[in-house]
Design a protein. Structure first.
Lengths: 269, 117
């Protein structure tokens, strides 16, 4: 009861804290000076029809590099925390040499986990896999039909990021959802971790390399004018923006696919 | 005073309430996601200008009059960043939940007393 009271007090204080968001902020009548510069000059300076993209990729390009880094670190964290025990033999031995209570806590763990299968054993991975049944015909055919379309749509979104709504992150997520559909339909599917990590590292490296090329060939880090701006509103315009967004799309797509593979768990071999 | 700002505000409050009162780890993470969504709505609504269109220059919005006809592009860019980072944080939190479940076979927050005083 007292805990509930504390929760209510916290919520009320929190409401008071964020209340100025509703009462104190009035809608702008016109764009702020920075935004009006981006809108009025951005199209001529950078050649991107989608002004949000020009803000994300070039004007605030460093933020986006930081964002990609955060995503990378999160992926690394997911992979680190969910790694299989047989990959790290010294880690799984630690609870046995530690306190007796910890060892007895640890004891029933693997048995319960494999209890859904046939018999509790040291190798839990094959047991889990044996308990998975095949996907239905409907899901298999549907995923086979949708998978190429989804990948194509994702690629379309990130290649056209400078012209239409969308961009590298959205396109990458669409590609990752295509991979998720494939994983749902084919439970025993094995995606090559190494190839995915290779694509991810290579696109990240190329992104930073393009950014550094901007220092030498154009005005500064991540400047998109290292390539000719081209005709406004066409696919091959806006300098390096389509290149950067394609790299981000590949990186995000492979990164999220890696998260999905890791989260799918032990049946992965 | 805009309806989207108020909805975002309410979502932040609901999410904070969920995070404070729920005992299940998954529900706490859902509360975090709700707060996240509310903050996105608030940021987008701050950048919105009444009666204007998306900041994309095409046949209907030309370069010369774009300043008077489009919304602020900066909050949209910031929200994109926030969405991606929110996704990454949610994935990481769910991973922690999986990891904690592996240790004690429980998602109930009261079973974890190590950091309690």
């Amino acid at each position: 009861m007292i805990k509930k009271l504390f929760s209510i007090i916290t919520i009320v204080l929190f409401m008071l804290m964020v209340l100025p968001l509703i009462t104190g902020i009035f809608p702008f009548e016109e764009l702020s000076p920075v935004a009006s510069h981006y809108v009025s000059e951005g199209a001529d300076e950078l050649g991107a029809a989608n002004l949000v993209t020009s803000v994300i990729v070039t004007y605030r390009g460093l933020d986006t590099l930081g964002e990609v880094t955060v995503l990378f670190i999160a992926t690394a964290g997911v992979g680190f925390l969910l790694r299989r025990e047989e990959d790290m033999p010294d880690f799984s031995e630690k609870p046995q040499t530690g306190a007796a209570g910890a060892a007895s806590d640890k004891g029933p763990g693997p048995e319960k986990k494999s209890g859904m299968g046939k018999t509790p054993g040291p190798e839990k991975a094959p047991v889990v896999r044996a308990s998975l049944r095949e996907s239905s015909e409907l899901l298999l055919s549907g995923s086979m039909f949708l998978f190429p379309l989804l990948v194509l749509f994702g690629a379309y979104i990130f290649i056209h990021g400078h012209l239409t709504p969308g961009g590298g992150f959205q396109g990458g997520v669409v590609i990752a959802s295509a991979m998720l559909l494939l994983m749902l339909a084919r439970v025993s599917l094995h995606l090559n971790h190494l190839v995915l990590s290779f694509i991810e590292s290579l696109s990240g490296l190329a992104y930073v390399a393009i950014g550094i090329a901007g220092i030498f060939l154009a005005a500064g880090f991540l400047d998109n004018r290292i390539l000719p701006l081209g005709d406004f509103g066409t696919l091959l315009s806006a300098g390096a923006i389509p290149v950067i967004y394609s790299l981000i799309g590949l990186k995000v797509g492979t990164e999220l696919t890696n998260i999905l593979i890791t989260m799918r768990g032990e049946e992965q071999s | 005073m805009k309806i989207v700002t108020i909805i975002g505000f309410l979502l932040v409050i609901i999410g904070a309430w969920g995070m404070l009162t729920r005992k299940n780890l998954i529900r706490i993470i859902i509360g975090f996601s709700i707060i996240d969504t509310g903050i996105h709505l608030i940021i987008v609504s701050i950048g919105y200008l009444q009666g204007r269109t998306a900041p994309i220059i095409d046949s209907t919005v030309d370069k010369a009059t774009a300043v008077l006809r489009v919304v602020d592009p900066i909050p949209s860019a910031l929200v994109l960043t926030a969405i991606v980072i929110g996704l990454a944080i949610t994935a990481l939190m769910l991973t922690y939940a999986v990891r904690m479940f592996r240790e004690k076979r429980s998602l109930y927050i009261d079973d974890y007393k190590e950091l309690k005083w």
